[in-house]
Write a protein that binds this ligand. Structure first.
Ligand code: NAP
Length: 281
């Protein structure tokens, strides 16, 4: 670090578990960029001051995580279309004093799905299980790929209906009752678990019965702890292609890196260092 170092960080509450500093500092080093990235514990009552600090100190960029992704929008100068659709910001670019908010979670997920499991989503039928914050973020990004239909099912069915209705009908996103899930999965090309069911420590729990999926279809899970959930393990045994949640985390960071630097992200180095950090826990 010297007097030219570009400053970056992530804010959240809690934040000490974050892998973003390890991942982004490796990315800067790998790309020969004089940048430094740190984690800042910011409580909700300090959010406005933290953003003022980004302006005052001239940070080039910031990631924003739970619980600030929605509230931070009030303190920015501009919000991208994708972040507006997702209703949340996870990446801020400081463009000569103008703070612009983006959401790289959804597009990061879709880039990972395309690079790791299913390169072409055009015309495909996609089932999304869950209607929480993560589901909202990925629906808009999935819709940009022109699938034939996106069907959303959620334990609390009213939340799936409200979420689907909040998007334009052009996006072909509709809610289905939980009781129709088995039938929907049997013809879907991609089935995505966006619920927290199966996340550590409840690693044996299944969000749905994997035998409902069509062999050869893609089973995808947003969870990356564990890296291969019980849902993915069983779906793989039944002949599905599988896609885990680590890629979403890597690619949301890759997009943030690219927005800040204008350079392609060194994705394999980023993945390598995050995987190594898991094995040292
Ligand atoms: P959230 O807003 O709290 O939503 C949780 C969702 O899970 C809701 O749809 C909820 O249904 C459902 N759910 C919870 N327990 C359930 C159960 N026992 N049975 C059926 N459904 C259940 O959480 P989120 O922020 O969307 O995160 C969801 C998951 O995505 C988490 O595991 C998180 O780790 C993961 N994630 C991964 C990444 C990544 O980078 N890979 C990024 C973001 C999130 P109800 O509405 O009925 O409660």
């Amino acid at each position: 670090m010297d007097s030219h170092t570009l400053m970056f960080g992530v804010i959240g509450d809690p934040i000490r578990h974050s892998k973003s500093p390890v991942m982004l500092n490796r990315a800067f080093r790998e790309s020969g960029i004089n940048g430094a990235y740190a984690a800042f514990h910011v409580t909700p009552d300090q959010l406005q001051q933290a953003i003022a600090g980004v302006r005052g100190l001239g940070f080039r960029g910031l990631n924003v995580t739970i619980p600030h992704k929605i509230e931070v929008m009030a303190f920015l100068d501009e919000i991208s279309d994708g972040a507006k659709a997702a209703g949340a910001v996870n990446t801020i670019v400081n463009d000569n004093g103008r703070l612009i908010g983006y959401n790289t979670d959804g597009i990061g997920y879709v880039r990972s799905l395309k690079e790791e499991a299913e390169p072409n989503l055009n015309g495909k039928t996609i089932v999304v299980l869950g209607a929480g914050g993560a589901a909202r973020g990925i629906l808009w990004a999935l819709a940009q790929e022109s699938p034939a239909a996106i069907l959303v099912a959620n334990r609390t069915e009213s939340k799936a209906s409200e979420l689907a209705a909040s998007f334009s009908p052009d996006y072909r996103i509709s809610a289905i009752p939980w009781s129709n899930l088995q039938e929907a999965c049997s013809t879907a090309d991609v089935v995505i678990n966006t619920t927290s069911v199966g996340m550590s420590p409840n690693v044996a729990d299944l969000p749905l019965d994997p035998s409902w999926l069509k062999p050869g279809s893609v089973a995808s899970d947003l969870i990356y702890n564990p890296l291969k959930t019980a849902f993915l393990q069983q779906a793989e045994q039944l002949g599905c292609r599988i896609h885990g949640g680590l890629g979403m985390f890597i690619y949301q960071g890759a997009y943030a890196f690219e927005y800040w630097t204008g350079k392609p992200a060194p994705v394999s180095a980023m993945r390598e260092v995050v995987l190594a950090s898991f094995s040292t826990i």
